[in-house]
Design a protein around this ligand. Structure first.
Ligand code: NAD
Ligand code: TYD
Length: 339
């Protein structure tokens, strides 16, 4: 089979490329990526010499380019990871989120429709469900939870999900959607919470915690997200949504303290800064459907996944130092300078 992975030079997409090359060596993988600030060819260097792997630079919202690529390559499966993915950036400048996350997805859907692809999988997020109250620990997002977004990022992802489902209902396209909780693991861009904590703590720099640090996220190791998507694209049912999560809810402050302790760094590095606008309180996934229908089981808990992730950042210092020493420095100044 020939699989198109869009956004494969980013965090989750690159982990998925490696997962597929390892678990399905018979398949061909084409990675398409625009190489925005979040895309990094260094991340894919171990795949570049694999004869089953090919990298193509391009934009999912560039219709002519996408149609030419689909005509030439004749993919069996398309997995769409490509997106603008950072909530804080979406609050600063929403427009590119509409262009990539919504228009990019509909452009891919049109190509899937024209070229008769067997499966289009949309990598979505639990953030499309909005948030849950902190004090109601009994509540979880199920696939039936109404979409109720908070940020420009999650709104653009929700809009894309609705188009994916509309193309299924209207044109009968063979689509699936997954909505996963927060990921962590190798190749995670250090603007996101966990790699930001690890990289700054290793450099003895302050750790900015938004508001009171009581917001809750449900954390999943990226390899478990990849194994879930792999199951869905091969065994999932057309038109279905699958929630992915492993019941690893932690407050942001718990996450920061766990990592500081593991690195033997003092809690005095924690600095409370002003809260994110519209900050979602709590995410929590009910993964019963994917567990019972597809037999998915995560390999890691938060307590086993965090130490291996820290070890990866210790062994791959050059990868993240190249990022934080580049244009990212200006981003950090702009976002945190007078917060
Ligand atoms: P990321 O920002 O690390 O990577 C996104 C990749 O998409 C980058 O390589 C970037 O260059 C590429 N890209 C951006 N715009 C593009 C365009 N117009 N055309 C082609 N490529 C483009 O993001 P990530 O964390 O790996 O997230 C991947 C997907 O998973 C996203 O769709 C995101 O919404 C979803 N998701 C992320 C998480 C998480 O915790 N990170 C959780 C659930 C779902
Ligand atoms: P993030 O990694 O941006 O993921 P998301 O917003 O998609 O959940 O943030 C995770 C949580 O950490 C979120 O509640 C915001 C918080 N946060 C901080 O407290 N400080 C930071 O510097 C960052 C980037 C995030």
């Amino acid at each position: 089979m020939k699989v198109l992975v869009t956004g494969g030079a980013g965090f989750i997409g690159s982990n998925f490329v490696y997962y597929e090359l390892k678990h399905h060596p018979e398949d061909e993988i084409v990675c398409l990526d625009k190489l925005t600030y979040a895309g990094n060819l260094e991340t894919l260097k171990d795949a570049m010499n694999n004869p089953k792997f090919k990298f193509v630079k391009g934009d999912i919202s560039d219709r002519d380019f996408i149609f030419d690529l689909f005509e030439k390559e004749r993919f069996d499966i398309v997995v769409n990871f490509a997106a603008e993915s950072h909530v804080d950036r979406s609050i600063e400048d929403p427009e590119i989120f509409v262009k990539t996350n919504v228009l990019g997805t509909t452009t891919l859907l049109d190509a899937v429709k024209k070229f008769g692809i067997k499966r289009f999988h949309q990598v979505s997020t639990d953030e499309v469900y909005g948030d849950l109250p902190l004090e109601r620990k009994d509540l979880f997002f199920t696939e039936e939870t109404p979409l109720h977004t908070s940020s420009p990022y999650s709104s653009a992802k929700a809009a894309a999900d609705l188009f994916v489902l509309a193309y299924h209902r209207t044109y009968g396209l063979p689509v699936t959607i997954s909505r996963c909780s927060n990921n962590y693991g190798p190749y995670h861009f250090p603007e996101k919470l966990i790699p930001l904590i690890i990289s700054r703590a290793l450099n003895d720099e302050t750790i900015p915690v938004y508001g009171t640090g009581e917001n809750v996220r449900d954390w999943l190791h990226v390899e478990d997200h990849c194994s879930a998507i792999d199951l869905i694209i091969r065994n999932g049912k057309d038109g279905e949504v699958y929630n992915i999560g492993g019941h690893n809810e932690r407050t942001n402050l718990e996450v920061v303290k766990t990592i500081l302790k593991a690195l033997n760094k003092p809690e005095s590095l924690i600095t409370f800064v002003s809260d994110r606008k519209g900050h979602d309180l709590r995410y929590a996934i009910d993964p019963t459907k994917i567990e019972t229908e597809l037999g998915w089981k995560p390999k890691y808990t938060f307590d086993t996944g965090i130490p291996v992730t820290i070890e990866w950042y210790l062994n791959n210092r050059e990868w993240w130092e190249n990022i934080i020493n580049g244009e990212y420095q200006n981003y950090y100044e702009k976002m945190y300078g007078d917060r």
